[in-house]
Design a protein around this ligand. Structure first.
Ligand code: ATP
Ligand code: MG
Length: 434
């Protein structure tokens, strides 16, 4: 399996010693003027997207987010400007070839309804001429990655999946040929809040493993804060109002437009900025299916706990049993409780609170990589953390700022040089003027 992955990596992306497999993206003074429209949908946008980061594009409806995103893989051809991947100017290369190097995820997965899950995921590898065996192995590997059991799901059709599952398959499909860049257009817009939260957590886990460059459009500022290393806030014409880390945008909104956009989210700032993996989790009594209920009960006595977490062979939580439930059974079954209150360790405290509120235990189970059990988070833990949260700034976000600017209308961003041409007068003005 890992061989499949590394072969694919060799074909399509540069995996450096740092583990980053993503490519940097530069939109260089890009304009899109749709025929028959008075003003451009995207107006002279320069945006530098660092390799291996998640950049969120947010802004009001019609401001040009989708147009910007689709110009990166040239599903929409720019009227002017250049698109550069790593050091490669891809503005004029064959668009189909380019799109094989870039994964694309749209709302509700955008799966082909008449194709099975496996066929959907294998589309690009098939176009690339991979062998059947290699494609089959890759499909299973990706289904595991997005937490779908391959045996159960590979032969299903999209209509036999829930919205969240379709979305997972959409992500798996986009990752199939291990592209360095992943574009996502409101990928989690169509699912309920709890499913959305899980999909977000999953994306963060996948990203921690793969370190792609991800550009993701959203309407939801909380989602942008949760997922983004960087957030680009646009107004009409894809005018960049602010391009910075979530922390700096929340601490220092560039203007009233951004303040309004942040809206009620700002009140929950600390909860949104702090991750479950930054707080101390409570320990739990953990048991396996097949264990004698009386043994588990005596372990609960010893630990003075009221609940036992049951995990499967891969250490994934499947049940959370009370003493009373345990007294009614002989042995712990291997049933899976579909309603377990679970949050990923990269979830925000805000997500964790949401999950706790619907949980009868007033707490939630925390899972890490590939859904393995890590501990329990409860309301006290969250309250504690809020008090101390400001000391736990996310270190990954403390680095320098990439460049983003529109020609002619310089916004509150700073130039750090980098891959952008320092001779460009608009950029040096942005660097010195703000
Ligand atoms: N094919 C097209 N022809 C003409 N105008 C278009 C076309 N596609 C988009 N537009 C216009 O370009 C502007 C930007 O559209 P875009 O789809 O990029 O917005 P968006 O920010 O993604 O909006 P939403 O949040 O609603 O998805 C809008 O005014 C839209 O009406
Ligand atoms: Mg859109």
């Amino acid at each position: 399996m890992s061989e499949t992955l590394s072969t694919a990596t060799d074909n399509t992306s540069n995996s450096g010693p740092s583990g980053i497999t993503g490519a940097s993206i530069l939109l260089d003074k890009v304009t899109k003027h749709y025929p028959g429209q008075d003003s451009p949908a995207v107006d002279g946008l320069t945006l530098e997207i660092p390799a291996g980061k998640i950049v969120m594009l947010v802004g009001p409806s019609g401001c040009g987010k989708t147009t910007t995103l689709k110009m990166i893989n040239r599903l929409i051809e720019p009227t002017e400007g250049r698109i550069v991947l790593d050091d490669d100017d891809v503005t004029d290369i064959n668009g189909d070839n380019l799109r094989r190097r870039i994964g694309y995820v749209i709302q509700a997965g955008g799966l082909f309804p008449h194709m099975s899950v496996a066929t959907n995921i294998g589309i690009v590898p098939k176009m690339l001429g991979w062998s059947k065996e290699k494609i089959a192995a890759r499909v299973d590997e990706l289904l595991e990655l997005v937490s779908l059991d391959p045996a159960q799901y590979r032969d299903r059709f999209p209509k036999e999946l829930s919205g969240g599952q379709q979305q997972r398959v959409g992500v798996a499909r986009a990752l199939a040929a291990d592209p360095p860049v992943l574009l996502m257009d409101e990928p989690f817009g169509a699912v309920d809040p709890i499913t959305r939260q899980r999909l977000q957590d999953e994306l963060l886990n996948i990203q921690a493993e793969l370190q792609k460059t991800i550009v993701c459009v959203t309407h939801d500022f909380d989602e942008a804060v949760k997922l983004g290393d960087w957030i680009a806030i646009f107004t009409d014409g894809a005018q960049l109002v602010q391009y910075d880390t979530p922390e700096r945008i929340l601490a220092n909104p560039a203007n009233e437009f951004v303040e309004n956009f942040i809206g009620s989210g700002a009140g929950l700032k600390q909860l949104t900025l702090t991750r479950v993996n930054e707080v101390d989790l409570a320990e739990a009594v953990v048991a396996n299916s097949g264990d004698l209920a009386s043994d588990v009960l005596s372990r609960l006595d010893d630990a003075r706990h009221d609940h036992a977490v049951i995990v499967d062979q891969k250490n994934r939580p499947i049940q959370w049993l009370t003493r009373r439930q345990l007294t009614r059974i002989d042995r712990v079954s291997d049933d899976r409780d579909a309603k377990l209150p679970v949050v990923g360790d990269r979830a925000t405290l805000n997500d964790a609170l949401d999950t706790m509120l619907v949980s009868s235990a007033g707490a939630a189970l925390v899972t890490g990589k590939r859904d393995t059990f890590l501990g329990v988070i409860n309301v006290e833990t969250v309250m504690d953390a809020i008090g101390r949260a400001h000391t736990h700034a996310r270190s990954a976000h403390s680095s320098g700022r990439p460049v983003g600017v529109n020609t002619g209308t310089l916004q509150a961003v700073e130039s750090q040089g980098g891959t952008v041409d320092d001779d460009d007068p608009s950029l040096s003005a942005a660097g010195s003027g703000q």
